[in-house]
Design a protein around this ligand. Structure first.
Ligand code: GDP
Ligand code: CA
Length: 361
């Protein structure tokens, strides 16, 4: 539906029927879990637009605390996972990186003895990091660079990094080689050690001194609904909420805030959220994660201002519904496995239904 003004006869009413304002959805996303949820949400939005003309604008605030520098290049795993997934460039099997990838550059680097052996950048993917790094070197902020990359990928959402500042999650581990306790970059813990070494703390370096990227606070304050996909509650959503001002913006937005559990039946689904929840002392259950985020207007289990009105749990976690409702959350149990387009689209619809229920309260 177009809202472009058209020229009318001088006797015609001076305002042109512009159709209803678009529905504005703001989503706080990590990588794979967030991107899959967003696919379902966009499916739903396109279906509704075809059926009823409702136009939906989606803004994604993506985690950037997994970012790191490799071979002099700035790598942004979560931004790229969202961009490639929604832009139809993702390797669907792997869930990250480019489709039809080749690894010549990685192999050539290895032939020079240059690692790390446990983290390769594919040849196609390298182009993204080269463009990004060139633009950063030229002085553009990450948000502007991301917008430029998205002009190619057309993800169908406005994709914003949570911050333009450098923030990097480090994890304190017992080094399996030396036995020493040390902090390693999140990627080393995750990709090299598969989150299998004992971890003692999660340290988001630079987070406290960061500022939200342009548009982030506005997208939260101006949303009709804020959605928290089943992204990692500690190192994805947790870091977004840790950017000064974001948690306050969520606490005060007039929009309902609804989240989806990434924990099904006391364990995570794809990924390694369980390990990190343990490290920060959160009960590994659908209800435990909701209580960790906290109910809006109340204080979460970590002492911070709560951010959620509603929470979706899986049908196997039906018993969590009563516990969360008693705690003041709106809550429903629906299938949460994002195994195909239909279930993912139904999940997005259930999240918006729950938001509507919250809005009617
Ligand atoms: P990452 O940055 O790639 O780790 O991705 P996210 O932080 O966005 O999401 C990772 C989390 O998504 C995992 O910890 C899982 O719990 C969750 N997840 C992945 N697939 C599914 C799914 O099909 N259903 C649900 N409910 N959660 C999922
Ligand atoms: Ca991530």
């Amino acid at each position: 539906m177009s809202s472009t003004p058209v020229t009318t006869h001088p006797d015609a009413p001076s305002t042109v029927e512009a159709g209803p304002a678009p529905r504005r959805l703001t989503v706080l996303s990590g990588g794979v879990g967030g991107a899959r949820f967003l696919e379902g949400l966009l499916h739903l939005a396109r279906r509704e637009e075809a059926e009823s003309g409702t136009v939906t604008e989606v803004t994604v605030v993506a985690n950037t605390a997994d970012d790191w520098w490799l071979h002099g290049l700035k790598v942004c795993p979560d931004l790229d996972t969202v961009m490639y997934t929604l832009g139809d460039g993702i390797d669907v099997e792997r869930g990250w990186g480019r489709r039809e990838e080749t690894w010549n550059a990685r192999d050539e680097l290895a032939a020079y003895g240059v690692g790390p052996a446990w983290f390769g950048l594919g040849d196609r993917d390298l182009a993204t990091h080269l463009v990004r790094t060139q633009m950063l070197d030229a002085g553009y902020p990450l948000s502007a660079v991301t917008a430029a990359l998205c002009r190619r990928w057309q993800p169908g959402v406005e994709l914003l990094p949570m911050t333009d500042d450098r923030v990097e999650t480090h994890v304190v581990i017992d080094d399996p080689d030396t036995g020493e306790r040390r902090a390693v970059h999140f990627q080393e813990y995750w990709v090299r050690h598969h989150a299998e070494v004992p971890a003692h703390g999660v340290v988001p370096i630079g987070l406290e001194d960061s500022s939200p990227a342009p548009g982030v606070l506005e997208a939260i304050a101006g949303a009709d609904v804020v959605l928290v996909p089943p992204s990692n509650p500690v190192v994805s959503v947790g870091t977004i909420l840790g950017v000064p001002g974001v948690r306050e913006a969520i606490a005060s937005t007039p929009a309902p805030v609804v989240g989806v559990s990434g924990i099904i039946g006391e364990d995570h689904v794809r990924g390694m959220a369980r390990q990190l929840l343990g490290v920060v002392g959160v009960e590994v259950s659908a209800a435990g994660v909701a209580e960790h985020y906290g109910r809006r207007g109340a204080t979460g289990s970590d002492g911070a201002t709560g951010v959620l009105d509603g929470w979706l749990v899986d049908t196997v976690d039906e018993k969590a519904v009563e516990r969360l409702r008693a705690g003041g959350f709106a809550c429903r149990a629906v299938p949460l496995w994002m195994s195909d387009d239909d279930t993912t689209t139904a999940l997005a619809a259930a999240a918006l239904d729950l938001a509507a229920e919250v809005g009617r309260r």
